[in-house]
Ligand binder design. Sequence first.
Ligand SMILES: NC(=O)c1ccc[n+]([C@@H]2O[C@H](COP(=O)([O-])OP(=O)(O)OC[C@H]3O[C@@H](n4cnc5c(N)ncnc54)[C@H](OP(=O)(O)O)[C@@H]3O)[C@@H](O)[C@H]2O)c1
Length: 291
Amino acid sequence: MARVAVVGVGAIGGVLAGLLQTSGAHELILCTRRALEQLVVETPEGVVRVQAQNLIDPAEASPVDWVIVATKTYDCAGAKLWLDRLCDGKTRIGVVQNGVEHRENFAPEWTVLPVVIDVPTERRPDGSVLQRSKAVMRVEETDAGRKFARLFSGTTGQVEAVGDFVSAAWHKLCINSAGAVSALTLKPAGILRDAEWGQIALDLIAECVAVGRAEGATLDDGVGERILAGYRAGPPESINSLLADRLAGRPMEIDARNGVIVRLGEKSGIPTPLNRMAVALLKACCTVATH
Ligand SMILES: NC(=O)c1ccc[n+]([C@@H]2O[C@H](COP(=O)([O-])OP(=O)(O)OC[C@H]3O[C@@H](n4cnc5c(N)ncnc54)[C@H](OP(=O)(O)O)[C@@H]3O)[C@@H](O)[C@H]2O)c1
């Protein structure tokens, strides 16, 4: 039995809370900005109603065994306010976000376990969460990684402790880097079936592969073609979170998904003109003109 706080109960936080609920083994605390009337997660196996304490003010929080942070990357500063109250010397922190900068985003104050997750999920307007398939998470093969995996024992959530987490995280970033095409064109994944945009996706991924290799990831030459084939085989109406955020007028994780490729590319002297262009265009599109 662990006391587990989930900070950021949107699509991913909702799925994780639902999984922890089905384990029946933990005391759950949901940390949100607004009070939750209820948390209902529609999973492939059925509907899960999460029974948990809900806190909306970090000042009300007290130390727990685990904090799972599932905010967007651009909300890390707000998440840290919760960590101040939820953590004591023994608390472990799992950060379940896209990107490859889980540690950098919380350093130097906090030591975190980076987690990458594959699970297409949406938060509906009524606050319920639709989990479209099984959740697969990857963590480092460390004591903390194995303990994180044990939190989800007996649930449908799969947590793989992998020896080469750097490569796993960069592979996910390669997939996400191509998602900028949808956010740029305001079109769902079917846009990648177009030859021109498919080539642009391949070129975005190629830059990510080059920078990832410089950062220590093992990524083979066929990764781009496989990712593009995966997008083309998937539902054409699928909307990635970058596009969903842009459509909803929210900030986007463009820095965590494409900006990081540009920044780390600069560090290694690797040109990343397409990612640079994608970041600049999306930032310009979403900046309100003042004159
Ligand atoms: N959705 C997916 O299918 C998917 C798949 C793989 C990876 N990811 C990654 O997982 C991460 C989470 O994404 P998501 O789709 O779950 O995002 P989301 O649905 O937007 O949920 C994020 C939640 O964090 C909350 N939040 C923000 N600041 C907070 C604070 N200071 N205190 C408490 N709650 C706070 C937001 O609250 P409000 O409701 O008040 O805005 C929102 O409910 C991202 O890095 C994303 O890229 C998502």
